[in-house]
Write a protein that binds this ligand. Structure first.
Ligand code: ACO
Length: 431
C-alpha cells in the first residue's frame, strides 16, 4: 500500500502521497497542497526540496556514497574512463564496443570549431576569465550548429550532445591559448579525448608535447569524478533552463555560469588561492585556521564542507590518492600540498569542523593535481565544466524525455510592501 502523510491545517486534514525512491529515500508529494489548503511550502534555497525524480546519480551525504547509474564512484574511477562514463550517464548503461566507438568517432568529427567561431575569441579582452569565454562560446556554438533548426529536436540529440562534449574542451583550450597570446593548436584525430585536450593546451603548432600517460590518466579521472553530482546549483540551473524547452547549448551555457561561483565550481580555484596566500604569509595553515574559526572577515576553509555531504566526500578520497601517486610518478613535490595536508590533519581533529561535519570536498586536492599538470589556476573551474558536461546533458535529456515535464516555476512567499498608490515625482520626499 502506498504511504501517505496527513497534514492538519485550519481544522481540515489532507492526505499527501509519499514518493519512495529506489534507495529508500522518501519525499512528500506536495503538488496538490495549494489546491487543497491554499498553502505552499517554504524551503529557503530548496535545501529540503526534491525538484525532480531522477535515475542518474545517487548520493548519500551522511554515508559519503556517490554512484552513477548504480555504479560506485570508486569502481568507475579505478576501471572506467571519462568517455565511457559520459555515455553511461547520458544513456543509462555502460556502452558496448560499437556504441563506444560510435560515440568516440563523433567526438573526433566535432572536435574542430567552425573557423568563423575562432573570430569570436578575438573579441574578448586578454584578461577575460575563461569561464566567461566558455559560457559565451558554448552558446555561440549553438549558432554554428546548422541542424539546430527547432529549439529541441530529439532526433538530433545524439549528435548535439556529442558536439557539446567534444567542443567544450576545444573551446576551453582555445580560451587558454588566447589568454596567453599563444597560437591555437588544432586537435588531432588519433588522440583520445583527454590526450587531445592536453595537446591543444600545451603543444605548439610546430612542436607536439610528449604526453605522459600518468598525466593523461590523472586528468581523465578528474573529469570522470566531476561528471555528475545530482541536483547541485549548476545542474538544477540546466534543468530549469531546459524546462522552458531552450536548446541544449543554451542550457549548458547557463550551467557554466552557475558553476563559476566560488561556493560551487569556483572553489577549486579558491583553494589554490588560499594555499598560495597561506604560504606567502609564511604560515603553515595554523594561523589561517584560527582566523576561519573566529569567523573574522568571513574567511572559510575552501575545499571543506559540502551542501550534501556530512562526511568525507568520496571523490576527495580518490583524488587525494591520485595526487600522491601523480606527484611521486612525476617526481614533483609541492609545498602547497604540504600546507593542504597540514590543514586537513588539523581541521579533522578540531571541534569547530567536527561539530559542523565539515570534511574535505572534491576541490581540496584537485587543484594540486591540475597544478602539477601545468594547468593554470584560472582554468581550474573550466576543467570542472568539461567534466560536468555529460551530467548536465544527462539531466537535460531527462527533462526532455519526460512526457509529464512542465516548465519549472517555484513560488515565493511575498514579503514586500502591500498595495500603495503611485506618488508623482514632485510630491516624493527624499529618502
Ligand atoms: N570553512 C569554515 N566554516 C564553514 C565552512 C568552511 N569551508 N563551510 C561551512 N562552514 C560553517 C558555516 O560558517 C556555518 O557555521 P555556523 O553553524 O557557526 O553558522 C556551518 O559551517 C554551516 O555552514 P553553511 O554555510 O550552512 O553550510 P552550507 O551547507 O550552506 O555550505 C558550502 C556548503 C557552500 C560548500 C560551504 O561548506 C562552503 O562555503 N565551503 C567552502 C567552499 C567550497 O569548498 N565549495 C565547494 C563545494 S563542492 C562543489 O561545489 C563541487
Amino acid at each position: 500500500m502506498s504511504e501517505k502523510v496527513t497534514l492538519s491545517y485550519d481544522g481540515k486534514s489532507v492526505e499527501l502521497p509519499v514518493i519512495v525512491g529506489s534507495e529508500g529515500e522518501r519525499g512528500i508529494d506536495i503538488a496538490r497542497l495549494r489546491d487543497q489548503t491554499g498553502l505552499i511550502t517554504y524551503d529557503d534555497g530548496y535545501r529540503n526540496t526534491g525538484s525532480c525524480t531522477s535515475d542518474i546519480t545517487f548520493i548519500d551525504g551522511e554515508k559519503g556514497i556517490l554512484r552513477y547509474r548504480g555504479y560506485p564512484i570508486e569502481e568507475l574511477a579505478e576501471k572506467s574512463t571519462f568517455v565511457e562514463v559520459a555515455w553511461l550517464l547520458i544513456y543509462g548503461n555502460l556502452p558496448d564496443r560499437q556504441e563506444l566507438k560510435a560515440f568516440s568517432d563523433m567526438f573526433t568529427e566535432f572536435q574542430v570549431l567552425h573557423e568563423d567561431m575562432k573570430h569570436h575569441f578575438e573579441g574578448f579582452p586578454p584578461n577575460a576569465h575563461p569561464m566567461a569565454i566558455l559560457s559565451s562560446m558554448i552558446n555561440a556554438s549553438g549558432c554554428f550548429t546548422r541542424e539546430l533548426t527547432a529549439p529541441n529536436d530529439p532526433t538530433k540529440f545524439r549528435r548535439h550532445s556529442a558536439r557539446l562534449i567534444s567542443q567544450v574542451r576545444t573551446i576551453a583550450a582555445f580560451a587558454y591559448r588566447k589568454s596567453r597570446g599563444l597560437p591555437s593548436v588544432y586537435p588531432k584525430p588519433e588522440y583520445k579525448y583527454t590526450e587531445n585536450f592536453l595537446h591543444m593546451m600545451f603543444s605548439m603548432p610546430y612542436d607536439d608535447i610528449a604526453l605522459e600517460p600518468e598525466a593523461v590518466a590523472a586528468l581523465d579521472q578528474i573529469f570522470l569524478l566531476h561528471a555528475d553530482h545530482e541536483q547541485n546549483c549548476s545542474t538544477s540551473t540546466v534543468r530549469m533552463v531546459a524546462s522552458s524547452r531552450a536548446n541544449i547549448f543554451a542550457s549548458a551555457a547557463a550551467g557554466v555560469c552557475a558553476l563559476w561561483g566560488p561556493l560551487h565550481g569556483g572553489a577549486n580555484q579558491a583553494v589554490l588561492d588560499m594555499l598560495t596566500q597561506i604560504r606567502s604569509e609564511g604560515d603553515d595553515g595554523s594561523k589561517f585556521l584560527e582566523h576561519v574559526k573566529s569567523k573574522e572577515g568571513g574567511k572559510r576553509l575552501m575545499g571543506f564542507g559540502h551542501a550534501v555531504y556530512r562526511n568525507y566526500d568520496p571523490r576527495a578520497k580518490i583524488i587525494k590518492a591520485s595526487c600522491d601517486k601523480l606527484l611521486a610518478r612525476l617526481k614533483k613535490s609541492d609545498p602547497l600540498l604540504d600546507i593542504a595536508l597540514k590543514l586537513e590533519e588539523t581541521a579533522l581533529k578540531d571541534s569547530y569542523f567536527l561539530e559542523r561535519k565539515l570534511y574535505p570536498n572534491v576541490d581540496f586536492y584537485s587543484g594540486i593535481i591540475m597544478r602539477a599538470l601545468g594547468i593554470p589556476t584560472e582554468m581550474f573551474t573550466v576543467m570542472f565544466a568539461i567534466g560536468r558536461m555529460p551530467g548536465w546533458i544527462a539531466n537535460f535529456k531527462e527533462v526532455m524525455d519526460d512526457p509529464k515535464s512542465r516548465i519549472y516555476r517555484p513560488r515565493q512567499v511575498y514579503t514586500g510592501p502591500t498595495i500603495r498608490n503611485y506618488v508623482p515625482l514632485e510630491k516624493r520626499s527624499a529618502h
